[in-house]
Design a protein around this ligand. Structure first.
Ligand code: SAH
Length: 398
């Protein structure tokens, strides 16, 4: 096994548990690592040491990605199905302790489970794999074997590997069943609501497990209220609000497939107080303001607005516009629910943006609740990158 040496002082972050070694932190030139035709190393397991030769553990080396080594938080030299089975067992133990009896949960949240570049979601008897790193991608069979050891009740394993980030690791886009059989629609319950999600079909909707506890929270506040769920995907917050007794819950999303699934969910759960609309949220909110509509609760859960620092000012402007328009629709005593999954926009920034917009409209807000990603998406303190979901609830003062 090759040993890669860090430049002076670059070891602190890694020694404290951060799992990414960037290429420019390594002493150059690197030892000659033989590669396959694809350009990837024949054997990518490397040891990493500090500049003065102290061992820091092992990881998967990538020859071109900006993240040169993804550390595994161990110094074992055998990475096999047993290694993964042990990690999966401890990941499962955490989920069972923090959120027992869930049918759908994230079993492995990449770095936060010391498995950089690997995501595994469980929906009843089906597992969904996502590999964002070459080191994980090439070990897919090993991972599936370990997964079946950990969760013997599984009947199918799907891979959903068409995320753009895979390009950074030279990986192709690939989706489909990798083991067993998977129904067209996988059924599961979340917060007592029956859902059916297409995990393999051509037009995928997927599902966002990270908002589970926040959706339940909204369900409890909704009795007798008019609730507007912006960026509703397959119905998430709107369904919880309707089940919680909202007089009306309206969900809006630009994806026709998502809206179709959301409408199906409303029928499935017998929630006639729930409606869905396919529209661009930015346009629809403006239209509602022009029509003089008022709402008791407005939920904003947009997709990530910035994956890179260059996109940050646009992201801030997006949040400002959304929150400003939502505030115009809220009656006094109403609730503004503002979520953001943009990792690069920290909570205090989001709060600042909302405060600025509220002040311009001369509306006073009180922060009454803050949520975060559910416990199956834990935050590894050594890696701020693992904390991304903000969920702020404000009361609009009269
Ligand atoms: N609230 C959802 C998750 C939202 S994910 C839940 O609880 O599950 C973000 C959603 O925003 C996606 O479904 C995407 O289709 C939608 N979207 C992205 N841009 C949009 C836009 N401009 N208008 C409406 N929907 C949009």
């Amino acid at each position: 096994m090759h040993t890669l040496r860090l430049r002076p002082k670059e070891h602190y972050r890694i020694a404290e548990g951060h799992l990414w070694v960037f290429r420019d932190e390594l002493v150059q030139p690197l030892p000659k690592i033989s590669t396959e035709a694809s350009g990837l190393p024949v054997d990518d397991l490397v040891a990493v040491e500090s500049n003065d030769g102290k061992p820091l553990g092992v990881g998967f080396y990538h020859p071109t990605s900006k993240i040169a080594v993804r550390m595994l938080g161990t110094d074992t030299t055998t990475i096999d199905a047993n290694f993964f089975a042990e990690r999966f067992a401890s990941a499962l133990a955490l989920r069972q302790r923090m959120m027992p009896h869930e049918e759908a949960y994230r079993l492995v949240f990449g770095e936060a489970d010391l498995l950089s570049g690997l995501i595994i979601d469980i929906y009843g008897s089906v597992a969904v794999l996502q590999m964002l790193a070459a080191g994980m991608d090439r070990r897919r069979d090993m991972i599936v074997e370990a997964l079946l050891q950990t969760l013997p009740h599984l009947t199918g394993v799907v891979e959903r590997n068409s995320m753009k980030v895979r390009e950074k690791e030279g990986l192709e886009m690939r989706d489909g069943i990798v083991w067993g059989t998977v129904p067209d629609r996988v059924r599961f319950t979340e917060n007592g609501i029956l859902l059916e999600v297409d995990l393999i079909g051509g037009q995928k909707t997927g599902y966002f497990l990270d908002q589970k506890t926040n959706r339940a929270f909204i369900g409890k506040l909704s009795a007798g209220k008019r609730v507007l769920d912006c960026f509703c995907n397959v119905g998430g917050f709107a369904l919880n609000a309707a089940a919680g007794g909202a007089t009306l819950a309206v969900g809006v999303d630009s994806s026709a497939v998502a809206i179709q699934a959301a409408e199906h969910h409303a029928l499935l759960n017998e929630l006639p107080n729930c409606r869905f609309e396919q529209a661009n949220v930015f346009d629809l909110l403006r239209q509602y303001v022009d029509e003089g509509q008022t709402w008791d609760i407005v939920i904003l859960d947009p997709p990530s607005f910035a994956k890179s620092r260059q996109a940050l000012s646009g992201a801030r402007a997006g949040y400002a516009e959304l929150n400003r328009t939502a505030l115009k629709l809220l009656r006094s005593g109403g609730l503004l629910v503002s979520a953001s999954c943009t990792q690069l926009v920290p909570e205090h920034d989001l709060m600042d943006i909302i405060y600025t917009e509220a002040a311009r409209l001369r509306r006073r807000l009180r922060l009454v609740h803050r949520g975060e990603q559910a416990a199956d998406h834990p935050v590894l303190l050594a890696m701020p990158e693992t904390q991304y979901l903000k969920f702020l609830v404000f009361d609009v003062l009269a």
